[in-house]
Design a binder for this molecule. Sequence first.
Ligand code: UT7
Length: 323
Amino acid sequence: MAFHIIGTGSALPSRSVTNVELSEFLDTSDEWIVTRTGIRTRRLCTVESLDDLAVEASRQALDDAGIAAADLDLIICSTTTGDHIIPAEACAIAGRLGVACPAFDVSAACAGFVYALDVADGFLERGRARNVLVVAAEKMSRALDWTDRATCVLFGDGAAACVLAAGGASPLAFELSCMPDTESLAVSGIVGTSPFDSSVRDAGDGAHALKMDGRRVFKFGVTTICNAVEALCEHAQIDIDDIDRFIFHQANERILAAATARLGLDDAKVARTLADTGNISSACIPYTLDTLARDGSLAPGDLIALVGFGAGLATGSALIRWE
Ligand code: UT7
C-alpha cells in the first residue's frame, strides 16, 4: 500500500450566482435547473484567478496535514482550464508556495483528480516521493458559451487539494479507462494566428466554447458509475456494502440518483455537493472529500469509492481508506 491522505483543503470564488440571476439573461428558470440538475447556485470567479484558488486550497491542505510546503516532493495539478497553458498550473502553485520540487499538470477532464491520484501513487510506491500535493483546479466559467443555456448553467469554478504521505492503507484499487470520443464533450484548443494554418481561417466565433451532447454524457455517467463501482469491488475483493462513502463526480443530481438506485446503494452514503457549486469538473471529487472531512462525516477506517467521469470519455475511479 502506498499512501494515506494526511490533509485536505478547498477554495471557491466568493461570488455565488443563483439560478434566478442566470434567468435574467438566459431563457431558463430556477425550476428547470433545479429539477433537471439539482443545482441551485454556483461560485464563479470575479476577481480571483485560478492560481489564487489553487494556492488557497493547497495552503489549507498543508495546514490540515501539519507539514510545510518545503516538505513536499512533488506537486501534481489536475486542470483543463488553467490560467496559463504554459507553464503548468502546478508550477504556478509551486512558485506561490515557494518550493522547487517537480510540478506538472494532468489533463483528464472531470476524471483528472483520480488520474492525478494514481500518478502520485506511482511516485510514492516507487519511493520517488514521500509527500505529494495533488490539486484539482478548474475555472469552467472561461470555457463556457454564456449564451448556451444547455451548458453554462451546469458548471462552476473552484479548487481542492489533498496531501498524500507515503505508507498507509490506500489505494485498495484504481480503475482508469478511456472510451475515445472527442465529440460528445469538447473545448477546442488555441487557434493562434499562424498565417500558414487553415484552422485559423476556419475558426468561427465561439470556437473555444464548451460543446456537449448532454444526453449522451448523462447515459455515459450513469453506466460508468455503476461499472466502476462494481470493478472496484471486484478488484479489491470486497462487497459493495463494505463501502462507507461514495464520492461520485458531481455533474447532475439525476445521474447520482439513477446510479444510486441501479446499484441499490444506501442513499445516505452517496455524497452530494453540487447544489451549491455546480459541476467544477475535476475539482468535484476532492472538494466533496474536503467537505466531508471538515464536517466530521468521515471516520478512520472508512472505505471510500471515488468515481470521476467526463470528456474523453475518460473514467477514473479509486477505492481508498480514510485514516
Ligand atoms: O462533467 C460531465 C459534464 N456534463 C454532464 O455530466 C452533463 C450530463 N447531462 C445532463 O446533465 C443533462 O443531459 C442536461 C442537464 C445537460 C440536460 O437535461 P435533459 O433532461 O437531458 O434535457 P434535454 O437536453 O433533453 O433538453 C430538454 C429541453 C430542451 O427543450 P425542447 O427541445 O424539449 O424544447 C432544451 O432546449 O430542455 C431545454 N433546455 C433548457 N430549458 C431551460 C436545455 N437547457 C435548458 C435550460 N433551461 N437551462
